[in-house]
Write a protein that binds this ligand. Structure first.
Ligand code: ADP
Ligand code: MG
Ligand code: MG
Length: 526
């Protein structure tokens, strides 16, 4: 027993220490790194058919380089990008900061005499600008001017960018992004959880120090249980999503034995752990409201992409180091074909959490530390839980339920779909009495401070020995067909997440400046 405890302690120490890595040391190790030359064919591929939105707005490195290009070329272009930046800050600011920003925008960009006057506007937008009062403006006016600014940038500035050395640099980064990913790319740390096809462990990218969680899917077990198609589906859905409230995928690769999904590390633990494993059962009400708001925002984001989640339960809601939560485990999620708005026959999910279009029972369980239709540790057949879910009225015996919470849960638990909150036009965000303490606009942008922050010296996971698994699928043989499938899965780095990692770790700035000092950036490849 002591030895097992010792193993766990060692694993925890290594895991916690990795998170406090010395970045200057890493920087020294990177001094010899350089960007590859883009190959002619891939250069053309990146340029042809690529839209402005993807190249200059969605991809973080693309956005940075386009901005750098704008700032370095003409005063008009520089004004446009600085103006958009300030406008963005303004739209999320509150109170005095908001007023100050508004004044700043008016004096710096909106007067013909200003140094950065946005004189490129034409037509209606120019009219609006001309008639702007010099004291304030409203959202609607600024929306029009913002759109006109983007339209301007999409035209000549964008075409000039595609011919510039900044875009050549972008192609070099895209070439780098395509590198093959193997186990060697990461250091591996302790196991954090166990899923149906293998364990989830913490990993760290060697050259950036970035921590991630790696969900490993055993190839033989996938084949044995017929889970291959679902694994690919989970990967394909994950790589499409870019939301603050849903786990992001950074890499997909494979090794001899496993398919690996490398995702955001959620080192604050899952909500099930918080409800049941940390002394006092249940979660404080202010936290329940905050998590519910974030989960709902995540769900609505999925719905806006025609994706249905179908596996809502506390162990699939994970907290990050700051105390913000994200939905994880999209293994049961499905993408609805265009035009279809509702799943006809939903038989997915976990018993006790059925009818899973939207949260419902999670709020109940966070408060009461039991399920609405199943008591904590109650031994009861799935059939009986299903019967209760269909027929019984929800009871609220726990003292922490207040009136708005009870009301909200009852609306979520309506037996008929058409009466249920989240399933008709009455969406959750209109339901303000439950959320009155939260500014939902700021929450959506990740700007609302979490009510509770995980301690940086605590590991919010069960001891490592509880995840031990020795079973091996020796009777399953892998063939050519399986290998082809594994290759379809192993696509390497996911653009947006990988580019974010390069920027946040400082690698982006470093490599750009090495190259500026050393050999100059080639302006053309023709
Ligand atoms: P499965 O689809 O097999 O249920 P999950 O994706 O739910 O697998 O992962 C299993 C467990 O691993 C989770 O319940 C959670 O405790 C842990 N886990 C999963 N993803 C992460 C992550 N990104 N960060 C930290 N822990 C995670
Ligand atoms: Mg799960
Ligand atoms: Mg799953």
């Amino acid at each position: 027993d002591d030895l097992v405890g010792m193993d766990n302690l060692v694993a925890n120490t290594a895991y916690l220490r990795a998170q406090q890595i010395d970045r200057t040391e890493l920087r020294k190790q990177r001094l010899t790194m350089t960007l590859p030359k883009p190959r002619r064919c891939s250069a053309q591929q990146a340029a042809v058919g690529q839209k402005y939105e993807s190249l200059c707005e969605q991809q973080p490195i693309g956005k940075k380089l386009f901005q750098q290009f704008l700032l370095a070329s003409k005063p008009q272009y520089a004004a446009a990008t600085m103006f958009l930046e300030e406008l963005n800050k303004w739209s999320f600011a509150e109170d005095q900061t908001r007023e100050k920003l508004q004044q700043h925008i008016l004096t710096e960009f909106c007067q013909p005499a200003s140094k950065c006057f946005i004189s490129y506007l034409r037509g209606e937008a120019a009219e609006i600008l001309h008639h702007l009062s010099n004291k304030n403006f409203d959202e609607e006016q600024m929306d029009k001017i913002r759109e006109a600014t983007k339209d301007f940038l999409k035209g000549k500035p964008f075409l000039e960018y595609l011919q510039s050395s900044f875009f050549y640099r972008f192609l070099q980064w895209k070439e780098f992004e395509k590198q093959k990913i193997t186990d060697k790319y990461f250091y591996e740390f302790r196991t954090l959880g166990r899923g149906g096809f293998g364990e989830v462990c913490a990993v760290q990218v060697k050259h950036t120090g970035q921590m991630y969680a790696c969900k490993k899917l055993n190839k033989r077990r996938l084949k044995k249980k017929g889970g291959e198609r679902l694994a690919l589906l989970e990967k394909q859905i994950l790589e499409k999503i870019n939301s603050l409230f849903i786990i992001n995928l950074a890499y997909a690769y494979d090794n001899q034995t496993h398919l690996c999904l490398v995702m955001d590390l959620m080192n604050g633990g899952d909500l099930k752990f918080h409800i049941y494993n940390l002394g006092k059962r249940g979660i404080r009400m202010d936290r329940v409201i905050y998590y519910t708001a974030q989960i709902t925002t995540g769900i609505l984001h999925l719905h806006s992409m025609n994706i249905v989640y179908r596996d809502m339960k506390p162990e699939n809601v994970l907290l990050d180091g700051k105390g913000q939560c994200r939905l994880s485990d999209l293994g049961l999620a499905v993408e609805l074909p265009m035009g279809k708005t509702i799943c006809q026959k939903v038989s997915a999910g976990t018993t006790g959490y059925m009818a899973p279009e939207i949260l419902r029972q999670d709020i109940y369980e966070m408060v009461a530390a039991r399920l609405p239709f199943k008591d904590f540790r109650e031994k009861v057949q799935n059939d009986e839980v299903t019967r209760r879910t269909l027929e019984d009225k929800c009871k609220f015996e726990h003292k922490d339920f207040d009136a708005p919470t009870k009301d909200l849960i009852n609306r979520f638990l309506k037996k008929k779909v058409e009466n249920r909150l989240g399933c008709n036009s009455c969406i959750l965000t209109n339901y303000t009495s439950f959320f009155q303490s939260i500014n939902l606009h700021r929450l959506e942008a990740g700007l609302v401070e979490p009510p509770w922050v995980p301690k940086s010296n605590v590991v919010y996971a069960k001891d490592t020995n509880e995840f031990k698994d020795v079973s091996e699928e020796v009777d399953i043989q892998l063939n050519h067909k399986d290998e082809n499938f594994f290759q379809e899965f192993s696509t390497g780095a996911v653009s947006i997440q990988w580019q974010k990692e390069m920027i946040e770790s400082g690698v982006f700035d470093e490599l750009n400046s090495h190259q500026m000092n050393g050999q100059s950036c080639e302006p053309r490849w023709k």
